[in-house]
Design a protein around this ligand. Structure first.
Ligand code: OXD
Ligand code: MN
Length: 627
């Protein structure tokens, strides 16, 4: 049974935490308060409670041991960017890429909505650490929530522990995060109504108060709206902390690469959504002798260490991955990882109590219960799993997890990658000349809309540093912070690269096989981080690219042996067309204009220099050692 049911008997000693819990309890009026400890007993008990309430289906233990399926309300299936707000004093502090609300007015609105919002429910107080508890890069938070689904997911995604309460008492600081699904079970007159499997409210607010570092989330039970350690804390609030304290909170995976000579390299990589981040984080290299290990698939917190190098931790403890498209061919590691101990949300249920989603097997099962709970056959016109269906699983379950993934001081980052989904223009890989050039590359990351997405095909969406929905302050100030971090890191700064796995030929075909073959690009990048000269590379107006050898192993350049890519294909992968790049720089200039005076001068200078390099270049170039 719960250890504590009353805030007056709370296990915490830090007065401001107790006062805050009391205040929220008085506002939201829950029936009871439970202080969570993060224990196994607590996890199992809440999972059983969710099964009894009809929120969870326990999967067949012979097929998926200790795993559950949840189906959300069909109107509560993803992060709601349009309902996500940065509540800084001035609108200019949030900048043109964020939704802004005046903090006092927003707080008043939230208080009005939250008044009585937990009536009839239990209010869980969840102390958690982002990063190993007490580590030098880690931070503590406390989430208040009326969603047991959120609690068990937080157990997997963060380090929930009563030890965090002691740490908070010692450090005298924590990030307060309030979450309610916004569906009280008792009305003002005391009338009780029955609960539903997925309570939520059609009104939603996901609010961040950067000055007081508070998070208030109302109305949604799904993903990043409800698991407040993830996007709300580890990116939006942490990006503000990082700016103020001289570190970086980034939307990046962390991967360890090990060469045939057993040298270790660490890469942090930012990609907008739908670019295969989890797949890259769990890469199984095809290059002989190379190995890869996983440290994180979504978020990196990076801080200069005592040795001056940029050290990174994954602040999360689990993966909240997109299920559709995950299968033995695209991500065999993840497929294995979720064989047990996994919470699935919005995937389909098989007749024998297992789960299925598009991409798990080529041939769908003959019959299923789809994510909405309806009978489904391959003839059905709708997908069996929601496209944003998720798995929640502990990072420790990942077969390729690095042995030092929990190292509190983090790993030293050798290279930073930026990638987008670009059918045209952007070469397979480009190395920046220096840090400011790399920041310019990050600031101009973009993805082309595909026919599958909303919007006009070919239209670009800029997603700087893949942080568009996640930066807690003005994006231009964020770029300035990155430039400043380069000055702090000096000689120790990692090298920066742009990659594009998605370039297509004139016939519409992908020019690069992608997935595990991306290890070839990573191997070139890894070698570049230890190389002083430019052997094996060539320079274009965009930066440095690898030489390519099609017929032999090429130690310094990009090894494409065995891929059977003809030289025309390889040339197209790296082609830089001046007229298209002229247009690209025009688009970047227009994009930068919205930041007005806040745009760091160095980025304007980078754009001017790029324009000059482009206009001096009249044809595409290709590597000297191309054979
Ligand atoms: C995620 C996202 O869920 O970036 O990681 O949307
Ligand atoms: Mn993400």
């Amino acid at each position: 049974m719960p250890q504590q049911t009353d805030s007056r008997h709370a296990p915490a000693t830090f007065e401001p935490l107790l006062t805050w819990v009391d205040e929220i309890a008085q506002l939201a009026q829950p029936d009871r308060i439970e202080w969570c400890t993060g224990s196994r007993e607590e996890f199992d008990r809440l999972c059983q409670q969710l099964v009894d309430a009809g929120t969870f289906v326990r999967l067949n233990p012979k097929k998926r041991p200790n795993s559950f399926l949840a189906r959300s309300n069909p109107d509560d299936v993803a992060r709601v960017e349009s309902r996500t707000f940065i509540c800084s004093d001035q609108e200019s502090e949030a900048g043109p890429t964020n939704n802004w609300r005046e903090p006092a007015a927003m707080k008043a609105k939230l208080q009005e909505l939250m008044a009585g919002s937990m009536r009839g429910r239990t209010m869980y107080v969840v102390p958690f650490s982002m990063g190993p508890i007490g580590g030098p890069i880690s931070q503590a938070g406390v989430q208040i929530t009326d969603s047991p689904y959120a609690v068990v997911n937080m157990h997997i995604m963060t380090r929930v522990s009563d030890a965090v309460l002691d740490l908070i008492a010692e450090q005298k600081t924590f990030v307060p995060a309030i979450h309610t699904v916004g569906m009280p079970l008792v009305d003002e007159e005391g009338n009780r109504r029955a609960d539903v499997a997925w309570p939520c409210n059609e009104t939603k607010y996901i609010c961040h108060f950067p000055k007081t570092r508070e998070i208030w989330s109302y109305g949604s039970g799904y993903g990043g709206n409800a698991l407040l350690g993830k996007k709300c804390f580890a990116l939006r609030i942490a990006s503000v902390m990082a700016r103020d304290e001289g570190w970086l909170a980034e939307h990046m995976l962390i991967l360890k690469l090990i060469s045939p000579q057993n040298e270790e390299f660490h890469v942090a990589a930012a990609f907008p959504s739908a670019c295969g981040k989890t797949n890259l984080a769990m890469l199984a290299p095809t290059l002989p002798g190379w190995r890869a290990e996983t440290l994180g698939d979504d978020i990196a917190w990076m801080r200069p260490g005592p040795d001056g190098k940029l050290r990174a931790i994954n602040p999360e403890a689990g993966f909240f991955g997109v299920a559709p498209g995950t299968g033995p061919d695209t991500n065999s590691v993840a497929t294995k990882m979720i064989e047990r101990d996994t919470i699935f949300t919005n995937v389909a249920l098989t007749p024998d109590g297992d789960v299925w989603w598009e991409g798990l097997t080529a041939k769908p099962p003959a019959q299923l219960i789809d994510w909405r709970g309806n009978y489904w056959t391959p003839e059905s016109q709708t997908p069996a799993a929601h496209p944003n269906a998720r798995f929640t699983v502990a990072a420790a379950n990942c077969p390729t997890i690095a042995s030092d993934w929990e190292s509190p001081e983090g790993v030293a980052i050798d290279a930073i990658l930026f990638g987008g989904r670009r059918a045209t223009n952007v070469p397979l890989v480009t190395e920046a000349h220096d840090w400011p050039h790399g920041v310019f590359m990050g600031a101009t990351v973009s993805s082309e809309q595909t026919a599958a997405a909303e919007g006009t095909v070919g239209q670009l969406r800029r997603d700087p540093f893949a942080m568009l929905p996640f930066c807690g302050y003005n994006m231009a100030d964020y770029w300035a912070h990155w430039l400043h971090m380069g000055e702090i890191l000096g000689e120790n700064a990692p090298k920066i690269f742009t990659v594009n796995w998605f370039r297509r030929g004139a016939d519409g075909r992908f020019l690069w096989p992608g997935f595990a073959e991306n290890s070839r690009v990573l191997a070139w990048i890894a070698r570049r981080t230890r190389q002083q000269d430019e052997a094996g590379s060539w320079i274009s107006p965009l930066g440095l690219h690898p030489d390519v050898a099609t017929d032999a192993r090429n130690d310094a350049g990009l090894d494409v042996s065995g891929l059977e890519l003809d030289s025309e294909n390889l040339e197209e992968l790296f082609a830089i067309k001046p007229e298209l790049w002229h247009h690209e720089t025009e688009q970047i200039a227009t994009y930068f204009e919205q930041f007005g005076d806040k745009l760091p001068r160095a980025l304007g200078e980078q754009l001017t220099a790029l324009r000059e390099r482009i206009s001096g270049e009249h044809s595409s170039r290709f590597g000297a050692s191309m054979s």
